[in-house]
Design a protein around this ligand. Sequence first.
Ligand SMILES: *Cc1c(COP(=O)(O)O)cnc(C)c1O
Length: 332
Amino acid sequence: MVTYPPRLSLAQTPTPLHLLERLSAREKGPRIWVKRDDQTGAATSGNKVRKLEFALARAAEEGCDTLVTCGGVQSNHCRTTALLGARLGLKVHLILRLDNEAEIQGNLLLDYLSGAEVTLLQRKDYIAHQRDNFAYWQELYRRQGRNPYFITTGASDATGVWGYVACAGELKEDFAHHHIAPELIVHATGSGGTQAGLTAGCALHYLPSAVVGIAVCDDAAYFQRKVADDLQVWRSLYGVDIDLNALSIRVDDRHIGAGYAIAGEEVFSCIRDVAALEGLILDPVYSGKAFLGLLKNLRSGEYRDCRDIVFVHTGGLFGLLAQQEKLDLSGD
Ligand SMILES: *Cc1c(COP(=O)(O)O)cnc(C)c1O
């Protein structure tokens, strides 16, 4: 039995697990299943809401009235926090890193619609403020008599780990329902929280699957350290009975391409392919890059010993809409 800390019910769960029939038949390899975490909500869809169920429960316990969080200008995490904050009646302040563009579209459009306060920072200013967890803004709210709660990038900290521990619990039921024992669970890894939760969750729930995060930004060494560090804090903070040394943190960093949120034509081509073949929409920042990685590995024979592979679709639709001009629809 896994004992969870307090959790707000904000995500539409359990999400479906289903087989990608046409894609699996075409590739003639293992069966590829998809865990539809792109369906955890409508505007609040994606993986972040699972972590925020626990983060926001903690914020509520601490009596917070203001959420401060941060991310890239098209951050799915910030959009989800902004909308959930509005729903809970909290003030939300988003501090966003200007990567290339700041057009009000995609996630940023929803940020503004939610009524969140938005501060856009140039990359170097963002990095400088990130070093002290945006203490300037936290202090500002304290001086105004408010009680701010800071949520780190992607809600990937010890509390956020629980979101994907819970998802692993759902997967256990999904596997029993479909009578499968997937050798692999594959997902996009960006700030490490999904990977930390799934890796620990598979052990706690006795799943047979290895978890592989396909990196979309930093390299394998970075994620191995980040996931191990977060799990260490999680284990001691919550007194979880788990042998962390027995866990294997597996990261595939061969599919990052030119960098975070920069996708090549191959990724867009994969997005068009999967949309037309399966009616499944991937995004260029996370799920599309990871799915292309999975397909490439499959085609090179890396998964030849697998019968079933689960791809966790972590969402990202609004990030695709922010890059729509790169989706050349004139045909491959
Ligand atoms: C944040 C995000 C990820 C990465 O999850 P992490 O827990 O941050 O590693 C993957 N896919 C989408 C769509 C995301 O928004």
